[in-house]
Design a protein around this ligand. Sequence first.
Ligand code: NAP
Ligand code: HSE
Length: 403
Amino acid sequence: MVNIAILGFGTVGSGVAEVLTRNGGLIDRRVDDLVRLKYILVRREFPGSPYQERFVRDFSVIENDPEVDVVVETMGGIDAALEYTTRALKAGKSVVTANKELVAAHGYELLRLAKEHGRGYLFEASVGGGIPILRPLTSCLAANELSQVTGILNGTTNYILTRMIQAGLTFGQALEEAQAKGYAERDPSADVDGHDACRKICILAALAFGRHVYPDQVETQGIRAVTLEDAGYAASQGYQIKLLGRAIRQPEGRVMAFVAPHLVPGGNPLSGVEDVFNAIAITGDAIGDAMFYGRGAGKLPTASAVVADIMDIAKDLRRDHRNSWEEGAPDLVVSPRELASPWYVRAGAREGELQAALGQLQPLSRAGAPAGETAAITAPMTQPQLEERLAGLEVRSRFRVLA
Ligand code: NAP
Ligand code: HSE
């Protein structure tokens, strides 16, 4: 018998309980043991819930019960999540989580603690919701020297951009829909301002390149600056605007990591990723390019990944699960400023003026564009080069183009 305790009964926690219950028979068969949901830690009433007899309000009940093998942390945030995860690992329990904020901030120390106690700390659901990505990265792609990870890593912002552009919703309406569907973080500015995608690229970079990348080392921009005008210009040449998290291997073991809106060309499979879907493209020296695609948020897709981690641990409670990386360093992460790329620029200027400043351009158009406004794509250049050439012009938007 493998006993499970879930911490937090919100979108993800209740989804985990539902999948464990609904698919209990097949889970037991596949694990070749009985996987039993013993406790759910809550801090308020859930009238009518079928799980009443499993609810507890004191974490020490779970911590001190030697029958509990796996603690599933789906509370979110840092403080209580860090405390309970630490106490659970020290009490000899494995921990599974969907909490990317905690893993991005404290993954290195928690993985070390898990190893010291011979237990697992697994977090497949922390990146890409239901998409299998972390285990493929550390297992199936283990033979590769990886050079790049590029992903649409936030379901809420991808959903908002899709609904604004395709259905004409306002930003606020699209965000409300994403919240109602259970996609958004408790504080949705974590989604909209790119912090959630930042945490996920930190985790991907750590697994891909072997050292902890901390969120405050990663330049991060969200989607607030993206307008329907920009989306219209981009579409005229087949580009889509996507919020991307990128991590690129650098010389001497360093890493370039950043989050920003990009124009993605129509020929790139990331351009077709819409709605709540996420996709992560990986480049390795043996595999070449590979892409992982699926639902990046939501109750049951996320629970699918959490329960798979539970099953992985349940099959072998003491196995080393290969999630590990070294401590980070203050100079580990390189700024993207020196990364040369084409840029999308929209400016209050005539095409000739923009060309005089930026050189050769690919002009973009849109119906209803105001007189005296030009949007175009530049030749590849670094950010300082772009800024120098744009000095003195009235720049309305500028985003990188994924080359
Ligand atoms: P949520 O709906 O807000 O659920 C969190 C639950 O945890 C709430 O019910 C909350 O209780 C409870 N909780 C918080 N602190 C607690 C404590 N100290 N003791 C007991 N219960 C506590 O959030 P969620 O969407 O399920 O997200 C949970 C985690 O999964 C987050 O780390 C999130 O980033 C991650 N995640 C979410 C998704 C998604 O699609 N939603 C996908 C992947 C990962 P109250 O109701 O009383 O506040
Ligand atoms: N708020 C997150 C998102 C949940 O929208 O992607 C999944 O991590």
